[in-house]
Ligand binder design. Structure first.
Ligand SMILES: [Zn+2]
Length: 179
């Protein structure tokens, strides 16, 4: 019997263990390879999409690039959901790894404790990841003509608030949970 995709190594593209083992320089290479996958990690200008950019680091060695076409500077996160945030790249990779691997959802309080972030920062980062995922799926149809979509786990429903008041207490038909 063929191995399920989720059990295969192809389904484990990024793990928390791997992220924590990265140095900041290795995290930079990993982030670049993910962000600019089409060029193998070589920067593309977010302004004019030119691949003609060179490394022009800040004085604190933070990565920055300069486009030869439009002369604009851009960072490794410019034009992404993490633009204008000042956290180490490892934190962004860790947020993505935790968010994607916790398929039942992740408590933001737990995320903030795991990564040493404030609750608000964890909340904002995860909302940005959700936004990016939704943008990537916008307009997509699952399956297609003659195709079958399979779901191996789902959580539906919620709490149905019972009817309130003296009449509701006497009438069992108004309280479906008692039937
Ligand atoms: Zn440019």
């Amino acid at each position: 019997m063929a191995q399920h995709f989720l059990l295969s190594s192809r389904a484990r593209t990024i793990s928390l263990a791997a992220v924590f083992g990265l140095t900041e320089a290795e995290a930079e290479v990993t982030f670049r390879r993910i962000r600019w996958a089409s060029t193998g990690g070589d920067p593309l200008c977010p302004g004019c999409s030119s691949p003609d950019a060179y490394d022009c680091r800040r004085s604190n060695r933070a990565p920055r690039f300069r486009c030869r076409c439009c002369q604009k500077d851009f960072s490794i996160t410019s034009g992404t959901i993490f633009a204008s945030l000042k956290l180490p790249l490892r934190v962004y990779l860790a947020v993505i790894a935790i968010f994607c691997n916790e398929h039942k959802g992740k408590s933001m309080l737990a995320m903030s404790r795991d990564l040493g972030l404030s609750y608000k920062t964890a909340f904002v980062l995860c909302h940005k990841v959700r936004e990016a995922m939704a943008a990537g799926m916008r307009g997509c149809l699952m399956g297609g003509e003659g195709k079958t979509v399979e779901i191996d786990g789902a959580y539906f429903g919620g709490y149905l608030k019972p009817a309130n008041g003296p009449a509701a207490a006497c009438d069992p038909y108004s309280r479906p949970e008692l039937m």
